[in-house]
Design a protein around this ligand. Structure first.
Ligand code: IYR
Length: 223
């Protein structure tokens, strides 16, 4: 265990009241988050996106290999290319590929094949999961718990963007291999999702159905 060096670790000594207050305060902020499909083209500073990606990059992950890459798109030409490719997949999805049951499940959310927000929003963060590569990103070393790791990182990314007062949408065109080509990423990276970030348009709405959340009593059991 020659390489197993350690560092001291401790946390601030908060009171129970303070812990409860802090958890509740962050819960309230996170519960304000909505997936919004209507973005303004108002610019948002790059530093906000950088901070959110650094937050995501601190996520717990398999063997600390940090198996993620965030391709950040603001170029209008690249946003357009992503929109065009995504809409092609979505048209196939909505007009035949998706089961009736799936389409029915989406009806209350009002989604369709039009993905205009991919061009309107100032930032598209295309998230890639590195199936291989290790810390050195050599493309060969095995990575572990890749989807779990990158999923947690996406949660932290979205939480930070929400905290900065930005609106986000997780978009998952299917299949989305085209993102690898457009973003110039290698074959061993798997596109996981696009996190669209910006400000909501003046007339933005969200589906009422999406505000209905399962209560604590339903989503937890205490043994
Ligand atoms: N990818 C499609 C369909 C879609 C699927 C689910 I599950 C959603 O929660 C929302 C949309 C689209 O983006 O329209």
């Amino acid at each position: 265990m020659q390489d197993h060096e350690t560092l001291p670790y401790s946390l601030p000594d908060l009171s129970d009241e303070e812990r409860i207050a802090r958890a509740g305060a962050l819960r309230d902020r996170l519960k304000e988050r909505r997936s919004c499909r209507f973005f303004s083209d108002a610019p948002v500073p790059r530093e906000v996106i950088e901070a959110a990606i650094e937050a995501a990059g601190s996520a717990p992950n398999g063997a600390n290999h940090q198996p993620w890459h965030f391709a950040v798109v603001s170029s209008p030409a690249i946003k357009r290319a992503i929109r065009e490719a995504a809409e092609e997949e979505e048209r196939a999805f909505y007009s035949g590929k998706a089961s009736d049951e799936w389409l029915q499940a989406l009806t209350p959310l009002g989604t369709d094949a039009d993905k205009g927000f991919l061009e309107t929003a100032p930032w598209l963060i295309v998230v890639f999961a590195q199936r291989k590569g290790g810390i050195a990103e050599d493309g060969v070393t095995q990575n572990y718990y890749v989807t779990e790791s990158v999923g947690i990182a996406c949660g932290m990314l979205i939480a930070t963007l929400n905290e900065a007062g930005l609106s986000t949408l997780t978009h998952t065109p299917s299949p989305m291999g085209f993102l690898r080509e457009i973003c110039g990423r290698p074959d061993h990276e798997k596109p996981l999702m696009i996190v669209v970030a910006g400000l909501p348009s003046a007339d933005a709405t969200v589906p009422k159905r999406a505000t209905v959340k399962k209560p604590l009593s339903q989503i937890s059991s205490w043994l």
